[in-house]
Design a protein around this ligand. Structure first.
Ligand code: GAL
Length: 459
């Protein structure tokens, strides 16, 4: 997906043919009467930088995003006020029977670490591990579900390959591989720290949030497009999931494609860094559940890159296309709404990664400003998505244990600012009191949670 490139809204296809949304997979049971499993976890997600504000308050140091947005500074570690703040958030949630799932790092790397190379540097691995240990020690008596890193793919590709999000470094064909390599090692180090120092006493679980599109071959009858669709997933989800869940090493197809491209470019060594045998052993098996963020699907065409400048897309030899029949969320031109893509992705994860327990830790649909409070269209997207999850659970036997909407509140949507609204609650950013009003989707979601099931679509 080209998530960070929001197109002007007039280039977005208009909504919506319900045919485009209906599942191509054959299912004829009554979804409206199905309930979710008894212990299913319902939630909504947010991220510190996107909602907290106070970038220079209480001794918080600047992060890469503060620099990138030219504001100045944001951050908990070694900061008693930060600890006090998160203590209050966690205790507040627990007091109303909400289980916190805490992500340690969601895009806002401290600027001082970036100044020393950020994720391109091995030194950040140990810094992250020290910070993770601090959080486990400080909050782990109450927090039992941890995510180390949110969407390492997005950080690596958009932050260090294309340079369109913080820290804004464009090193095509090199930066993303290096950043991903260190994020995988940092995640594994934190997981081992938890196991060694905290697991027995605290009894929690630790994972990493991986985002992925689903990918369909552009021409289903073309072998080349079928292979390219597989590569699209290999260079996104499997890049992280294969080392962490399976082998300790990168997917074979990534290794071969990148080294073939390097040879064509006249280099004997690959731009994809290698893990040592010891690192492979350290990385393999370092996730206690599968944390998946899903937003969209792409059709994929094979694309030859005989001679090229180094870049990830040239290494991948695949081009992505949005099917014009798919509706697009009004607030994000990259977000083609394809609920059935989630079901196929869940099945793929089940089959490829030994049937893990999966939490869908982000899924959502944005509206552009001014966003209607009666967001019936958007609720329909959620409803269809939940139907596909039911099919994944009951027909495909996938162990989906939770679903978290992105996002609780309208918030700062990275380079799109406040104009792309993902919230269940509308926030009036023009009013300094930031008043909040629930969208229709918030009420509908509450009904689903109360009923543990789906309702018939409104007539
Ligand atoms: C995810 C990210 C969130 C949010 C969402 C919608 O990639 O983790 O912070 O921005 O996308 O674009």
């Amino acid at each position: 997906m080209d998530r960070m490139a929001n197109l002007p809204m007039d280039s977005v296809p208009s909504p919506v043919s319900s045919d485009a949304l209906s599942s191509p997979d054959d299912d004829n049971w009554k979804l409206e009467s199905m309930t979710f499993p008894e212990q299913f976890a319902w939630g909504s997600a947010t991220a510190a930088y996107q909602i907290e504000g106070g970038w220079d308050a209480d001794g918080k140091g600047p992060s890469v995003w503060d620099t990138f947005t030219h504001q100045g500074g944001d951050r908990v570690f070694k900061n008693q006020t930060g600890v006090y703040y998160y203590d209050k958030v966690i205790d507040g949630l627990l007091s109303i029977a909400v289980t916190p799932v805490v992500t340690l790092y969601h895009f806002d790397l401290p600027q001082h670490l970036e100044d020393q190379g950020g994720w391109r540097s091995d030194a950040t691995v140990e810094a992250f591990n020290t910070y993770a240990q601090f959080c486990f020690k400080t909050f782990g008596d109450r927090v039992k579900l941890w995510i180390t890193i949110n969407e390492p793919y997005v950080v690596a590709v958009y932050g260090y390959e294309k340079g369109v999000i913080a820290p804004g470094i464009a090193m095509p064909g090199v930066g993303a591989y290096l950043a991903a390599h260190n994020m995988i090692k940092a995640h594994a180090a934190a997981w081992h720290s938890y196991s060694r120092l905290f697991r027995e006493k605290q009894g929690g679980l630790v994972s990493i949030a991986l985002n992925s599109d689903w990918a369909e071959p552009f021409n289903p009858n073309s072998l080349a497009d079928q292979e390219a669709a597989k590569r699209h997933i290999a260079f996104c989800l499997d890049w992280f999931a294969t080392p962490i869940f399976l082998s300790g090493d990168y997917p074979a197809v990534m290794k071969s494609k990148i080294s073939a491209a390097c040879k064509r470019q006249g280099s004997l060594s690959s731009r994809l860094p290698e893990f040592t045998d010891q690192e492979k052993m350290m990385i393999k098996g370092t996730a206690d559940f599968f944390s998946l963020n899903y937003y969209t699907t792409r059709k994929i065409k094979h694309q030859d890159h005989e001679i090229s400048q180094p870049s990830m897309s040239a290494d991948k030899e695949a081009e992505q296309v949005i099917d014009p029949s798919w509706p697009v969320a009004t607030g994000s031109s990259w977000l083609a709404v394809v609920p059935w893509g989630l079901r196929r992705l869940l099945k793929y994860i089940k089959d490829t990664y030994s049937h893990p327990i999966i939490y869908i830790t982000e899924n959502g649909f944005s509206q552009c400003d001014p966003a209607p409070i009666d967001d019936a269209q958007r609720w329909e997207y959620f409803r269809l998505t939940l139907q596909e999850i039911l099919k994944a659970i009951y027909t495909d036997g996938v162990q989906v244990k939770g679903y978290f909407v992105w996002s609780l509140l309208d918030n700062f949507e990275w380079i799109c600012g406040y104009s792309s609204r993902f919230g269940l609650f509308h926030v009036d950013f023009e009013n300094s009191a930031l008043p909040r009003v629930p969208y229709k989707s918030a009420f509908e979601y509450a009904k689903i949670i109360a009923n543990k099931g789906l309702m018939k679509p409104p007539r």
